[in-house]
Design a protein around this ligand. Structure first.
Ligand code: ARG
Length: 455
């Protein structure tokens, strides 16, 4: 629209190469909000009359309504969302529109818009994290006293309540939510008023503009303000880590609904069939999420690599920040939403979990602990039980079926009460330390989470 020093039109190839409106159009509502606040700052600074500011505000609101209704045509030759909206405003209201960009650059404008957008999106991510936590807690409640083997190295280790396993993910998501909240504090700083890089000779009350936009504070260095994308990196990192957590939950779910484990059944609404094998019921949502977590990590790498080595201040490279940021936000929002729904429809197969936990080997550590309580040093007890495990395998005899006399050949510390610790209920109830999976502890954790998440 404005030519200035340029005698030639921008090449079509350069227009197509440099445009960002095809993906930054989604900033429109935040761009308009930022522009209205800026126009109020200009009014207060005496640059705009009341009539001009009103015309700008009304014009911008009309444009916003048209975009929301899909009636607005974004033009590639106007490059980005900012120029598209400003050009259309000026076309509609004339000279007042041409005053809007006073004491502002697209550099502080885009930094402000992206912060406003990201702040809103992070609030939605936080709400969805809470929804998934609630779904997991409800699933933990539905699981009741179902016991599963806890695994290390994907080998059966010790028994745990299935609820305890689910609550492990609630803890991870809690840290994700805390990281979102922490990142939000640094998003919530307004760069507007930093101009291209050195502010402006026209003085605007930045605190007043910030209060219009709900920012808690304003940036303190104009050069940093226009070139800082730390907030985007932090959010994309927090999302990547959340994605990694979801990928682990995905893998657990994929294992659990295999015929080999069979611990859970996902609803028909959250699984898909095979075009060839009629019997298949595939956990695609979990597989897709495991896959998408790779994209989330990639987006983080893309952003960090984009910023590395950039000289001060704004560089056009920074236009490349948006696609990874938007993609990470879109991806995690969708994943959290579908996971909450899928977990709500998940059923535990108590028969299969019971069969898996009937493996007496799960209580080998409890037998070692028994010896410790009878004065045997742990390393020695570990050795004794190791030999008993070998005996049990070689003779195909379960711990409960080995006679006391045989036990005493392995260690004279064994007494008749050793058989008490081969009971699953007793074994679980004994795990009473803070954080351990006794049924009483798990019930208390469920109550704690319900209380915390009801707020
Ligand atoms: N579309 C650009 C971006 O997203 C806006 C800022 C352009 N500034 C400039 N001086 N060319 O980064």
């Amino acid at each position: 629209m404005w030519k200035g020093r340029f005698a030639q039109e921008t090449s079509r190839l350069v227009q197509a190469y440099g445009e960002s409106v095809s993906f930054d159009w989604r900033l429109f509502a935040h761009d308009i909000r930022g522009s209205i606040a800026h126009s109020k700052g200009l009014l207060k600074a005496g640059i705009l009359t009341v009539e001009e500011q009103s015309a700008i505000e009304a014009g911008l609101l009309a444009i916003r309504a048209e975009i929301e209704h899909g009636d607005f045509e974004f033009k590639q030759e106007l490059e980005d969302v900012h120029m598209n909206i400003e050009a259309e405003l000026t076309r509609r209201i004339g000279p007042a529109g041409a005053k809007l960009h006073t004491a502002r650059s697209r550099n502080d404008q885009v930094a402000t818009d992206v912060r406003l957008y990201t702040r809103d999106a992070v609030d939605t991510v936080s709400a969805r994290l809470r929804d998934l936590q609630r779904a997991l807690i409800e699933a933990a409640e539905r699981a009741g006293q179902a016991v599963v083997p806890g695994y290390t190295h994907l080998q059966r280790g010790q028994p745990v309540l299935f609820a305890h396993h689910l609550l492990a993910y609630v803890e991870m998501l809690e840290r994700d939510a805390a990281r979102m909240a922490d990142a939000r504090r640094r998003i919530d700083v307004m760069p507007l008023g930093s101009g291209a890089l050195a502010g402006s000779t026209i003085l605007i009350d930045r605190d007043y503009v910030a209060s219009q936009l709900g920012f808690s504070s304003v940036t303190q260095n104009s050069m940093d303000a226009v070139s800082d994308r730390d907030f985007a990196v932090e959010v994309v990192f927090a999302i990547a880590l959340c994605g990694v957590h979801l990928s682990r939950l995905s893998e657990d779910l994929i294992l659990w609904c295999s015929a080999e484990f069979g611990f859970v059944t996902l609803s028909d609404a959250h699984t898909t069939g095979s075009s060839l094998m009629p019997q298949k019921k595939n956990p695609d949502v979990a597989e897709l999420t495991r896959g998408k977590s790779g994209r989330l990590v990639g987006n983080l790498m893309a952003l960090l690599t984009l910023l590395k080595g950039l000289p001060m201040t704004y560089n056009r490279d920074m236009q490349e920040d948006k696609e990874p940021l938007f993609d990470s936000l879109d991806t995690i929002l969708a994943a959290l939403e579908v996971f909450a729904e899928m977990i709500a429809g998940m059923e535990v197969n108590a028969a299969r979990t019971r069969a898996a936990t009937s493996d007496p080997m799960l209580l080998a550590t409890d037998l070692a602990d028994y010896l410790v309580k009878h004065g045997v040093p742990f390393r020695q007890a570990h050795e004794v039980i190791g030999k008993l495990v070998a005996h049990s395998i070689a003779e195909s005899v379960a711990f409960a079926d080995i006679p006391l006399a045989t036990y005493r050949e392995f260690s004279p510390a064994f007494e008749a009460d050793l058989f008490d610790c081969l009971n699953l209920e007793t074994a679980l109830a004994a795990r009473q330390a803070v954080g351990a999976p006794s049924p009483a502890n798990v019930a208390a954790q469920i109550a704690r989470w319900k209380e915390a998440l009801s707020a």
